[in-house]
Design a protein around this ligand. Structure first.
Ligand code: DC
Length: 223
């Protein structure tokens, strides 16, 4: 039976993962965070000090896999659960840099397609609606202003020790947006048939509701 595939793309910090998790819980679909795959490859490259020219031939040794445990995604490097380890600013930047490499994108392409073939998914990333799942049932492009995204991230981090300042977070976001939108292979862009949702003025509940409504309307409209 054909599975239902929902693609959510957008820039870093737009709330994709939090919102997609809320929506997938409501709809009973699996939530797939493809950024975690790119982050895990970045971890593999940095832990093993792999030079850029050796990345392509090293990728088959990476053994990256996703497991879904009680609805939550865990990402593995070999048999190690690295879900927490990949959430550092250093890995964010390295993932942004290495995800521009065609060999890295090709390596992860089939993994993402297979998960969508086998499960009803909400998959979030940068090129899901444009490249990975061009025939997705519903495509959403989720965005918010860079300042608002930095603001949200700052609030999240300001409780923690060694929190970077707002300006540092904002400049990181702007740099990652630039990398993600201007790379040659699969740049971040809105698919022609994606619905644009701007969450600058919306809280999480409102954003999740807006997206759930879009998905329900599209799916109902086809029946
Ligand atoms: O969503 P995230 O911040 O965890 O993603 C980490 C990096 O991976 C981000 O800089 C862009 C890249 N990425 C990508 O190129 N394509 C995807 N489908 C998902 C993430």
């Amino acid at each position: 039976m054909k599975t239902i595939n929902i693609a959510i793309d957008g820039p870093a910090g737009a709330g994709k993962s939090t919102i997609a998790k809320m929506v997938s819980a409501k709809l009973g679909y699996i939530y797939v965070d493809t950024g975690a795959l790119y982050r895990t490859i970045a971890l593999f490259i940095s832990e093993n000090n792999i030079a850029d020219e050796d990345i392509e031939k090293s990728l088959p040794n990476a053994e990256v896999s996703l497991k879904f445990e009680e609805g939550a995604q865990h990402v593995y490097l070999g048999d190690r659960d690295v879900s927490a380890l990949i959430r550092t600013p250093g890995i964010s930047m390295e993932a942004s840099r290495t995800s521009a490499m065609p060999a890295v994108r090709e390596y992860l392409f089939e993994t993402q397609q297979r998960i969508a073939r086998e499960n009803n998914v909400i998959m979030d990333g940068r090129d899901i609606g444009t490249v990975v799942l061009p025939n997705a049932d519903v495509k959403i492009f989720l965005t918010a202003s860079a300042e608002e995204r930095a603001n949200r991230r700052y609030k999240e981090l300001s409780e923690k020790p060694n929190c970077p300042c707002y300006e540092e977070i904002l400049s990181d976001i702007i740099e990652r947006d630039h990398n993600d939108m201007n790379r040659k292979t699969s740049p971040l862009k809105q698919a022609e048939d994606a619905v644009l949702v701007d969450t600058t003025e919306l809280d999480l509940e409102q954003s999740a509701e807006a997206i759930t409504n879009i998905i329900r309307e599209k799916l109902d409209g086809r029946e």
